[in-house]
Structure formats: C-alpha cells, structure tokens
Design a protein around this ligand. Structure first.
Ligand code: PGA
Length: 301
C-alpha cells in the first residue's frame, strides 16, 4: 500500500472528528485539500474508508481498521517530532494530558502555573472519568494521565504524589452534622447521591462499604462532582467526594464534612504513562512539576 504520512495524519483527524471541516480547521488546511488526501488514501487502500449518510460521515469497517493503525502511527510521529525538536534545542512543544474529573480541581491550577514557566508550549487537557482514562492509556493517546491508582496488569509507569481523602458530605442543617463518631450502621439509614459507574470515586466508595459489609441506600447517580455537591446542598441525600473538590463549599460553609467512623476513605493521586513511552522533555518537566509541586496547591487534604 502506497501511503504517505500526510494522508494518514489527515485521515486520523477526519476519523477522530468525523468531519472534514473540523479536520481542515485543526490541520490548517482547506477542505478540498483534506478531501483530496482522503480520496488518494482510499485509492491506495482499495476500499472506501468513510460513508456519507445525509450530512454525516461514518467510518466503514475498513475505515475503523485504518483508524486503529493511523492513531498509533500519528502518536509515534508526534513523539518523534518532540524528540527531534529537543535535539534541535527548541524549547517549544505540545503537552497532551488527561486527568480524572476529580483531579481537575487542582490539575488546572497546576497546569496554569507550569505554563507560566514554559511560554511557547501549547497544552491540551482532557477531563474525564477513570474508565475513559484507562482506555486512553491503553491506546497510548496521552503524554501523561493524572488519576487514582490504575489496576494491576496494565503496562504502566506510575508514581503517587498526593493523598486523596474521600469524605462524606451533608448540608449544614442535616442532623448528623453535630454528631461525632457516627457509626457505619447509622449511615445505612441515609440515602446517598453517587457518581456514575466508571468513576474512581464510585469504585473506591463501593469497595470500602463492601469490605465493611455495609449496604448503602443509593439514590440519584450523577456524572460530575459539581452535580453531587449541588444535589447534597439541595437536600437530595448525602454524598461522598474527594476533599479536593470541596474547597469553596467548606469555606462558605455550604457543606459539612461528617465525622463517620473509618472515614476518610484514603486514596492517592498518581501520575501515569505507558511503560516504554519516551516522554518528551516538556512531558518529563511536567511530570517532575506534578511530583514536587502538587501538594503546595492544596488547602485541604
Ligand atoms: P473519578 O476519579 O473522577 O473518576 O471519580 C477519581 C479517582 O480515580 O479517584
């Protein structure tokens, strides 16, 4: 198959966005230039890679296969580009990181401070839950990931850099707020608003209560910490969140951390990348920054 890197790069962008227009914008190309690269690639492949239905385009089976390989190649090329830039002594670069939704409460601040020291570097930050982070690691899509401890058995390099205590929260007028040493059996009478399946917070919470033989009454399920906090404030139930999500609510006394036996549930934050991945100089610098500076950005925990 006679394929150029350029065609693969263009294909990868079109397949990721499922849009010629957005791929053209990202690559700073015209739309006809993008269409031409795709046509040439389809000719070399001998199969159509996209199909059009109405205004939308979709990957064909051949397109999906090609997407799998083109992503890996594009990632490797980016890595090569970063390493070569470094060899040329160029300070610029691009850092592509992903963080757990819960880590975003400090990761953005961390990144902003790092960025001030590295003018000329560009950044992309994806904020998503644990399940999706594990998928991104598996596909080698990011330079670095900040998350709770990944499961054993994946080829990853990880280093812990900070505690992540999970606490139970209630609105200030809740009767449990004035109690101390609340027993786990007592909280079985309460309803909890919980994070979605696939969230690290949710997994840690379930594991904790299972180990203690406690069955919690769970009410609404929500996909963000912000939604959980709002729901608890509104009286929809108690919640369990990382202390790192709470700075503002604790300062303004809109939420109270309950004194429950066995709490907080102790987790840690890790900075993670694929084993054998050659980190670009900027990614390595950010990793070091996280390991040494992260704690300084926290008021609680
Ligand atoms: P979450 O991640 O935002 O998916 O709950 C936090 C974690 O992994 O502890």
């Amino acid at each position: 198959m006679n394929v150029t890197f350029r065609q693969l790069k263009v294909f990868e962008a079109v397949a990721r966005h499922l849009s010629y227009t957005r791929a053209a914008q990202e690559l700073h190309l015209t739309q006809p230039a993008v269409s031409m690269q795709i046509r040439q690639l389809e000719e070399s492949a001998g199969l159509p890679l996209f199909e059009q239905m109405g205004k939308k385009i979709f990957l064909t089976d051949a397109g999906r296969e090609m997407y799998h390989y083109s992503r890996t190649i594009a990632q490797q090329l980016d890595e090569a580009e970063d390493v070569l830039e470094q060899l040329k002594g160029v300070q610029r670069g691009h850092l592509n990181i992903a963080v757990a939704s819960t880590a975003n409460y400090f990761a953005t601040r961390l990144l902003a401070n790092f960025a001030k020291q590295h003018e000329g570097t560009t950044f992309s930050l994806d904020v998503t839950n644990r399940e999706s982070l594990l998928r991104q690691l598996e596909n080698n899509e990011k330079d670095l990931v900040i998350m709770g401890r990944p499961p054993e058995g994946m080829d990853l390099e990880l280093e812990a850099f900070m505690d992540n205590p999970l606490v139970a929260i209630a609105p200030p007028d809740h009767p449990l707020c004035t109690e101390q040493h609340i027993s786990l059996t007592r909280i079985q009478q309460e309803t909890f608003v919980v994070r979605e399946r696939g969230s690290g917070t949710r997994i840690a919470m379930e594991r904790f209560f299972n180990e203690k033989g406690i069955t919690l009454q769970t009410g609404m399920e929500m996909t963000s910490n912000e939604a959980i906090k709002q729901a608890v404030e509104a009286g929809l139930g108690l919640g369990i969140v990382s202390i790192h999500t709470l700075e503002l609510e604790l300062e303004t006394k809109r939420l109270v951390v309950l004194d429950i036996d066995g709490f907080p549930i102790l987790r840690h934050w890790y900075v993670v990348h694929r084993q054998g991945k050659r980190l670009s100089p900027i990614a390595e610098a950010f990793r070091q920054f996280v390991l040494t500076e992260a704690k300084g950005f926290m008021t609680y925990g």
